[in-house]
Design a protein around this ligand. Structure first.
Ligand code: SF4
Ligand code: SF4
Length: 334
């Protein structure tokens, strides 16, 4: 491991800066807080840490910013970190140090094997790549923070962190730090609102058209056991992403909305639905073990309905009411 926090601070650089790039739900916010506290208490440096994230907890972008400096110095800089000495990507599970060396740790796999969380595994890996020569500071901060909040899972979290520390490995060594060529930097965005071509969609994850949130999952999915379902609709209310597809139907002789399944593209794996289902018709399953997810239903709201268009007109989906009004104005039958 090279270019540890201590060497960088001793070389005269004002701050050693870490940036965590993550998505909500993987615990980057807490990891950043623990790193900040750990620096101050156990690494003999001054530290600050803060995160930026949106209103929704799971699946949306989260960034954590941690700064260390020598003890004598006061931290007066509170801007986001754009050129970190250590860049950590939680979802892709890699770390890049100040020399451009890239490291990888199988955080999700370790977290599942040890029944811990991805953030503690990443914390262990971060400490190793930062050049902290023992896992003890990490263990101490873990006991202080998670030991109080989740005492029952402390041992698992410690185990996950130790494995992160031990199993992080260098995967790509750069001999020289790649200097950024300012001339090559784009001065303007390639597409702005004035230059973007009209129309078209971005089919990538996380855009507002496909709303594919499957990359947010942490290895688990809700599995639907239809025979048990009493169509109470609690999962529909609890799910933040309209995953459940209810259609009009009949249950025990009564006409009602029936749960037909889940659109797994929208599911970010928060498992709130599993918590609320009163009859265990939803259970947690390991995603890797499910080759075909049963009851994987496309979102009914996004389905184009040719017959509906044919009967209601081209704008029928969006403005069926105005279509009816037009028909009335034309004297047609409604
Ligand atoms: S786990 Fe359940 S509640 Fe969470 S997004 Fe998926 S379907 Fe919705
Ligand atoms: S909460 Fe459970 S029982 Fe109720 S509709 Fe959803 S899956 Fe069915």
């Amino acid at each position: 491991m090279q270019a540890g926090y201590r060497e960088i601070l001793d070389s005269g650089k004002e701050y050693y800066e870490i940036r965590l790039d993550s998505i909500g739900g993987l615990g980057a916010n807490l990891c950043g807080k623990m790193l900040g506290e750990l620096g101050l208490k156990y690494l003999d440096v001054n530290s600050s840490s803060f995160s930026s994230y949106g209103s929704e907890k799971t699946g949306t972008p989260v960034k954590g910013f941690i700064r260390y400096c020598k003890k004598e110095k006061e931290i007066r800089l509170h801007a986001p970190i754009t050129e970190p000495d250590l860049l950590v990507s939680f979802h892709e599970e890699f770390l890049v140090d100040a020399n451009g060396n890239k490291y990888n740790v199988e955080a999700q796999k370790i977290a599942m094997e040890t029944h811990s969380r991805i953030n503690v595994v990443m914390l262990g890996a971060i400490l190793k790549v930062m050049g902290v020569d023992s896992i003890l500071p990490g263990e101490e901060i873990c006991k202080e923070t998670l030991g109080k909040k989740y005492p029952a899972s402390l041992e698992n979290n410690l185990q996950g962190m130790r494995r992160g520390y031990e199993e992080v490995k260098l995967i790509d060594r750069k001999t020289e730090k790649v200097e950024c060529d300012k001339n090559n930097q784009s001065q303007d965005p390639k597409w702005g609102y004035l230059t973007a071509p009209l129309g078209g969609i971005n089919p990538n994850y996380g855009n507002s058209i496909s709303t594919n949130l499957s990359h947010s999952r942490q290895g688990y999915v809700p599995l639907f056991i239809k025979e048990k379902c009493i169509n109470c609709g609690l999962c529909f209310s609890a799910c933040p992403d309209m995953v459940f597809q209810f259609v009009k139907g009949e249950y025990k002789g009564r006409s009602m909305m029936i749960n037909t399944g889940l659109d797994y593209d929208h599911c970010k794996g928060c498992l709130r639905c599993v918590d609320v289902c009163p009859v265990n018709a939803l259970v947690r399953g390991v995603e890797a073990e499910q080759e075909n997810l049963n009851y994987n239903m496309p979102n009914q709201e996004l389905l184009r309905k040719p017959i509906y268009y044919e009967t209601a007109g081209a704008d029928g989906y969006i403005t069926s009411e105005s279509f009816l009004t037009e028909k009335r104005m034309e004297g047609g039958e409604v």
